[in-house]
Write a protein that binds this ligand. Structure first.
Ligand code: C5P
Length: 222
């Protein structure tokens, strides 16, 4: 039997567009390693906040980043970043981090710091026996893996996304973050040329998962 092709699926979209729930379900269905790059930006933002570095002070950001060691920890299908040997806890999803993360994420220094680390997850997935990698974020299909087998851009109505976050009991300025993420100079949030756009505003999570699964199946068994 021939071994099936190792696949890379890039999932981009705005805040609360359904990227994580969709990616997690697909990772389990297809034996892919799931990587949430938003958690990378959140974890590094939290670390920078802990050492009292401001996003306005780029030299201090650089200096603080040079002292951080990042690694990977795998649990089930999910690969988590470790910062100085620790898996970040729920505080990376706090309101304080929600308010700052887009400012730090706009800094080329932080994006460069995380670039190779994100690409290195392919090797982590291969060596750990996964059938592929599903990585979610804002610039995965445009910058990190422009040659991914599937580049998905998940869109959902901002009002629907705010409702989703409210249901989760999370206070998150979804539109404000999107506005900052879309307007930054480096790696802005955008539907990359040639990516597959899926408007999930009027779809259930199950419908989104089935739709994307059908696209992945076409890649695996054309
Ligand atoms: O996906 P999540 O909402 O957790 O991402 C938090 C923030 O991290 C985003 O609002 C964005 O500023 C930043 N981010 C990014 N590029 C990525 C993933 C996340 O700039 N690939």
């Amino acid at each position: 039997m021939t071994k099936s092709k190792f696949i890379i699926v890039a999932v981009d979209g705005g805040a609360a567009a359904g990227k994580s729930s969709t990616s997690r379900a697909l990772s389990q269905r297809f034996g892919l390693m799931h990587v949430d790059t938003g958690s990378f930006y959140r974890a590094t933002t939290l670390k920078l906040m802990e050492v009292a570095v401001s996003p306005e002070d780029e030299a201090a950001v650089s200096d603080a980043l040079s002292k951080i060691t990042i690694g990977t920890s795998i649990s089930g299908n999910t690969a988590s970043i470790t910062v100085d040997g620790r898996i970040p806890n729920a505080s990376i999803r706090s309101q304080a981090v929600n308010e700052k993360v887009s400012q730090f994420a706009a800094l080329p220094k932080l994006r460069t710091f995380l670039l190779d680390y994100q690409r290195s997850q392919v090797e982590v997935a291969r060596t750990n026996g996964f059938s592929g990698l599903i990585m979610e974020g804002r610039d995965i299909g445009s910058v990190i893996f422009p040659d991914a087998d599937l580049r998905l851009y998940l869109f959902a109505d901002p009002a629907k996304r705010a409702q989703r976050r409210a249901k989760e009991g999370i206070s998150d300025s979804v539109e404000k973050r999107d506005q900052m993420d879309s307007s930054r100079k480096t790696a802005p949030l955008q539907c990359p040329d040639g990516a597959t756009l899926l408007d999930s505003s009027d779809m259930t999570l199950e419908e989104v998962i089935e739709k994307v699964s059908s696209w992945i199946e076409e890649i695996i068994s054309p």
